[in-house]
Design a binder for this molecule. Sequence first.
Ligand code: CUK
Ligand code: CUA
Length: 622
Amino acid sequence: MTKILSGIGGIAVGLLVTFVLFGGSLLGAGSAEQDLQLKSNAEAVYVPHGEHDEYYLINSGGHSGQLFIYGVPSMRHIRTIPVFTPDPATGYGFDKESKEMLGGYTWGDLHHPALSETNGDYDGKFLFATDVANNRIAAIDLQDFHTVDMMKVPNIGGPHCAAFVTENTEYLFLPTRFSLPFDDPHASLDDFSEKYRGVMSAITFDQEEKKFDIAYQVALPPWSYDKAASGKLVSRDWAVLSTYNTEEATTNLEIKASQADRDYVVLFNWRNLEERVANGEYEMHNGERMIFPENLDGDIYLVPAAKSPHGIDVTPDGKYFITSGKLAPAMTVFSFEKAFEAIENQDFSGERNGIPILTYESVMEREVDPPGALGPLHTQFDDRGNAYTTMFISSEVVKWDVATGEVLDRHSVYYSPGHLVTAHGDTVNPHGNYLVSLNKFSLNNYLSVGPSHPESMDLFDITGDTLRHLSSTPVNLEPHYAQMVHRDVINPFHVYERDESDPRAVYDQSDTRIERDGDHVTIYGISMRSKFLFDATSERPDVIEVNEGDLVTLHVTNNDFDQDITHGLGIMDYNINFEQMPGQTKTIEFVADKAGVFPIYCTNFCSALHQEMTGYLIVNPK
Ligand code: CUK
Ligand code: CUA
């Protein structure tokens, strides 16, 4: 129970208590862990009917552009949340607001979900994600698990990593996968080193207005930037990015970007950059405040890291950052404290594009090289000082002691894991009970569905000395990263409240109406069990009659203020369907460009008379 309480920790006092409890290992032998260890695998993952899973697993849907919500430990798929991709089931991308938000795109590539944080722990308010394919960033409100804002970020080429909020969600930093022409949009690849840049963005999110903004951007060298991580506690003002292709290759990257023995970690002090921006130390570039590292004297540094690092993660105490070079067998532990000292002593070995390079020896704490382990990618943590790293090539998770580098256990996964995630694993307060490995291949593990198989997730109990494999679950493509958050932190509401200030909303049947202004028809309608009302005074209140070529704006308010009573309005042959959740008002806009009689029906099963919940759209020919 203590663990659950600490999971909610959002206030300083709560955190302090948490630290004492976890640090003092009062909890180490607590009943929750023992309970889990005493259960058989089947018991450990069994959640009886009517009871809830303990954790939300928020899983990236990769190039499906969606998020998948799972429950842990049952690993039941609970819901798919459309973010960067239209979703006919809910009408996301069909109704006016979400259609405008998607900006015409029908796919996105979502790699890293990032929960908002307060005092370094998940606060359950918002979830962020980026679209690598189309340079967008999105916010999901965890009160209703719907996407509430989306912004297209200029000057960048593939924001890979959004799992990267600072301790109090001051910023999301977006590293960029591709460098792009900087001043001249048509700059030749021959001039890559001179005329291209890999721009990083500092994004803010106003939680009241639910709006993104770009605070500033940094014109980094023309490399590829991969994963990122925010500092914590002692390193809270700092952040780190992993890089590859510091060779600045423009073709055949599989060979040319892997030549140098070392790439770099970019280490920067965002608190100081913020101050510099406030002092006007930037240039406007293509509408954004742009910081040029070569003009800075401090605040951005390079740390040499093993060949083409992919993952980078910060330990819960904020003292270390760990990189894994996918082409090198070892994990490298770097010390923030040592880095600060090296900066102080100007322990530099040179510079790239005017950014000082700290010497490897001055920042490196230790290299951890588990014998035979290959392809280390990403690292997560428990509450007992242990790290867990995925090995893509040798298909395993390796457990090791951060303080000593000692390898404590390793367990196969099925197969080729990318990321892994532990409960509250990115926070200052990991829970140390469950670990999920997100695997790129399942091969023959599940019923065959043809040549391409689902990806897979392996669930582990990590409360003991060794990793215990509990279950394996297929998952749609493509889980890159996930975050696992305790259910007590998330507080969704169940019914939208009446919003009298919304001019579109209709809560009284007698207020339903169809208004015509020239060739623009506006309908103020209601959906309720078990009918549509577009004009209650009409002889046929569920019929909309317009003329061919009319612009139709259809507002519909769901007047069922009851949990889970959702209606969907579909119009045959008009490629229209959109849901209205309980109490919610939605708007769809279309041109009635086909004459004829088109059935309207409720698409979301809502009552015994759901099948009767119908109407007609009549479009009179010109
Ligand atoms: S990534 Cu896919 S396995 Cu986009 Cu964080 Cu490493
Ligand atoms: Cu309303 Cu089905």
